[in-house]
Design a protein around this ligand. Structure first.
Ligand code: MG
Length: 366
């Protein structure tokens, strides 16, 4: 099975409710999607969101990276030469991690299809279900409480609450949500770099004093302020999860050796795909640091790839794979079944996605 071409398109999926964090507000998923064609009937699908504020990737940069740099480097290669394909891709262009993730997942899709197995089993996994949290966007207290109660009534048992815009006022948001949902719902807090180190310690200690039982606090301070994150981790009891601070395996080693965080959030759009994400998972296994698998504002292709990886690795103990849950519609055919908080893996080969609107001969951009 040889790679013959890469078809590039766009997907547009409206969100149920605008996605608001300390960094941005987004109303629709507008992602680049690709189809890798081979000299057989098999095709592999990939997806990349243009999360410029986090990865630096835009729609234009993703298309250019794939069309002008990655495609010429890997077209003609045998899909069984996974290591060779990945090395060629990662050397064809620096950074551009979302473009690489897009191609990486399509290559893994084909690699697993070639073996006739679902990707999570090819990666060595046995669990056929992945439980995800649901993100509660930063908003007024009343709106966040209403959104939280709606999520719980849909079956979600873990909420990820976005804060970081208003310092100590964020404590009131979290307290109101805890009081509304009761003690049995796990609450994760994501500050998206919104606090400074001392502010973060003050807020997290306050959450601890109020016994709000927070599962973890994600990226309390700036991505590059590792000393600040270390200060927060050392001066609070609540587990601290590094997100924007960890893109690659080298970042993970540095964070773990510094004790700058207790947990690591792996996202395919930061690592450049599954190939690099597996390296972070391996490092985390060595040090006994549990990981969360996260996603950007991605629809079902990219989140399916992340779910396959989550189902494959026991060191990934938490999943924040709510992209499809935030979308108003599912435009794809096939793939894992997303039923509220539970992602059910299937035995379909590869990622399992069999049809992507706009692709297969109808490319709009390539
Ligand atoms: Mg985050």
């Amino acid at each position: 099975m040889k790679i013959t071409s890469i078809e590039i398109g766009e997907i547009f999926v409206p969100l149920v409710t605008p996605f608001k964090t300390a960094l941005r507000t987004v109303e629709n998923v507008e992602d680049i999607v690709i189809c890798i064609h081979t000299d057989t009937e098999a095709v592999g699908y990939g997806e990349a969101p243009p999360t410029a504020v986090i990865t630096g990737d835009t729609k234009g940069s993703i298309v250019t990276a794939i069309r002008d740099f990655i495609a010429p480097a890997i077209i003609g290669m045998e899909i069984t030469d996974l290591d060779g394909i990945m090395n060629r891709m990662h050397h064809a262009i620096l950074k551009n991690t979302s473009a690489k993730a897009c191609v990486d997942m399509a290559v893994y899709d084909l690699y697993a299809q070639n073996l006739g197995m679902p990707l999570y089993k090819v990666l060595g996994g046995a669990s056929d279900r992945v439980e995800t949290d649901l993100t509660i966007s930063v908003d007024s207290i009343d709106k966040m409480v209403a959104d939280s109660l709606a999520a719980v009534s849909q079956g979600y048992r873990v909420l990820k609450v976005k804060v970081g815009k208003e310092g100590m006022a964020d404590v009131e948001r979290i307290r109101a949500i805890r009081e509304a949902v009761g003690p049995d719902v796990a609450i994760r807090v994501d500050a998206n770099q919104g606090w400074n180190p001392k502010e973060a310690v003050r807020i997290i200690r306050r959450l601890e004093d109020l016994s709000l039982n927070i599962d973890l606090v994600e990226q309390p301070v700036g991505a590059h302020d590792l000393a600040g994150m270390q200060y927060v981790t050392q001066n609070t009891y609540t587990p601290i999860l590094a997100d924007e601070s960890v893109f690659c395996a080298e970042d993970a080693i540095r964070i773990i050796q510094m004790g700058a965080a207790d947990l690591i959030n792996i996202k395919l759009m930061k690592t450049g795909g599954i190939y690099e994400a597996l390296k972070i998972a391996g490092i985390a296994e060595i040090y006994g640091v549990e990981c969360m698998m996260g996603c950007m504002l991605e629809s079902k292709i990219a989140v399916s790839a992340a779910a396959h990886l989550t189902a494959a690795k026991s060191i990934i103990t938490r999943a924040d794979l709510d992209g499809p849950g935030l979308c108003r519609i599912d435009p794809y055919t096939g793939g894992p079944r997303f039923e509220a908080n539970m992602i059910h893996m299937t035995d379909a080969p590869g990622l399992g996605i069999t049809k992507v609107p706009g692709l297969n001969g109808e490319a709009r951009l390539s």
